[in-house]
Design a protein around this ligand. Structure first.
Ligand code: PLP
Length: 417
């Protein structure tokens, strides 16, 4: 095939592709690769990647044992809704974690397994973004900075993404009172993350109550990304949407979880990101619709993974241990970086979000001088309407490695910064 015909095919393909794809900027890690391309670390020590939130602890051995013991089940299609044992384990965890009476959540109708919260967060937008609201294009609200999947989901579902500034002044959460009434009237979905990525802020009960109140009042779906719910460093666990919604009572359609769906994962709690196992919980109506959508679009969680996941949700000991490992790393961070003017210890999550003046310059410097890869904050933020970008001064540092590696990397970061 000659060069000309190849070009013709490429042109044809560009024409046939969904033009919404053009709105998806390069994923932050591609931008990071570009930023440091060609630069060689001068450090003699091995490079350390602290750019990606990729947990490096190990899940408990029993997970792999269960998967191996159920190897005879790889031949069949697993049930899309999950086997009862899996969903019962999830409900048991939810009721323990959020101090709900047994039987509050119905494992038959209210749980949808997902291949990691990423998948659930993406398809949840397709669930809620539909017809125009009030004759105008639907809006997807999300914090700024934000987990990129919220944006991708909003764009591909055909919503207009509207970014809500989160800065130190707003407690690193969107100011719910500042959302214009005409935006709320057009809102189809609102993504909220608690504890948040990248800033690690935890929404209070009152905050979540207000967000659910807005969802009920303006008839949109509040999508609570609670993937870091088990990585917290205060004395009390972060509150969750399920618990707050139940305390509020029935919603407009008669169920406490009307207008709310919460996503959880084993990726962070159990350091089992490779299992791709999470779930969504919501009202029976929402979850029936989500499962219907999944039956057209998603792969069911493999059977051996469902059984291993059930055991992980039932076990608390490893999650406590995992949290303690992160806690020790954040304490190390305070020791090494605590004197930086922009340093704070987050309430939850696995990241440091540090104001270093110029995040891209600091990222390059850290790579060149210390072989440490971090992520410039601006790759996680969109410009504000006035053209400014609140992420510019920041870097995000993922504390995902073992304590010793993190401790040595932090010492190198402290030296460079
Ligand atoms: C805020 C946030 N939400 C969701 C995810 C997706 O996690 P998973 O799909 O592994 O459950 C991540 C992963 O880094 C994240 O940071």
């Amino acid at each position: 095939m000659g060069k000309g015909s190849t070009r013709k095919i490429l042109c044809f393909q560009a024409d046939m592709l969904n033009e919404r794809l053009d709105l998806l900027a390069d994923y932050p890690f591609a931008r990071l690769a570009n930023l440091i391309a060609g630069a060689t670390p001068r450090s003699n020590e091995a490079p350390v990647a602290m750019s990606v939130g990729d947990p490096q602890h190990q899940p408990p051995a029993f997970a792999a044992e269960i998967i191996a013991a159920n190897a005879d089940k790889w031949n069949t299609y697993p049930p899309l809704q999950g086997v009862p044992e899996f969903r019962q384990a999830i409900v048991g965890w939810l009721e323990r974690r959020y101090k709900l009476a047994g039987g509050t959540i119905d494992f038959e109708t209210q749980i949808a397994p997902v291949a990691g919260t990423r998948e659930g967060l993406f398809i949840a937008a397709l669930l809620a973004v539909g017809r125009a609201k009030g004759g105008k294009p639907p809006v997807a609200l999300m914090p700024n900075p934000f987990y990129q999947v919220y944006y991708g989901a909003a764009v591909m579902a055909g919503a207009e993404p509207v970014f809500l500034t989160t800065t130190r002044a707003t407690g690193f959460l969107p100011d719910l009172g500042a959302i214009p009434a005409d935006t709320l009237a057009r809102t189809a979905v609102f993504y909220l993350c608690t504890p948040g990525n990248p800033q690690g802020a935890v929404a209070t009960r009152d905050y979540i109550r207000k967000a659910i109140g807005l969802a009920r009042e303006h008839d949109f779906l509040l999508i609570l990304d609670e993937c870091y719910a088990e990585l917290y460093y205060g004395d009390v666990p972060p509150p969750g949407g399920v618990e707050v919604a139940h305390a509020m009572g029935r919603g407009p359609a008669g169920h406490p979880l009307d207008n709310v769906v919460c996503f959880h994962t084993l990726s962070k709690r159990s350091s089992a990101a490779g299992m791709r196992s999470g779930f969504g919980v919501g009202s029976p109506a929402t979850m029936t619709a989500l499962n219907r959508l999944r039956s057209y679009s998603c792969a069911a969680t493999p059977y051996p993974i469902q059984l291993a996941s059930a055991a992980l949700w039932r076990d608390e000991a490893h999650a406590i241990e995992n949290r303690a490992l992160y806690k020790a790393k954040f304490a190390a961070a305070a020791r090494h970086l605590g004197k930086l003017p922009g340093f704070y210890s987050p309430q939850g999550g696995m990241f440091l979000w540090v104001d270093v003046g110029d995040g891209e310059a600091a990222t390059k410097k850290l790579w060149e001088q210390a072989g440490i890869k971090v992520l410039p904050g601006r790759y996680l933020t969109k410009n504000e309407p006035d053209g400014s970008n609140t992420g510019i001064p920041f870097i995000r540092i993922a504390l995902v490695h073992d304590l010793d590696t993190v401790e040595r990397a932090l010492a190198r970061i402290a030296q460079v910064l």
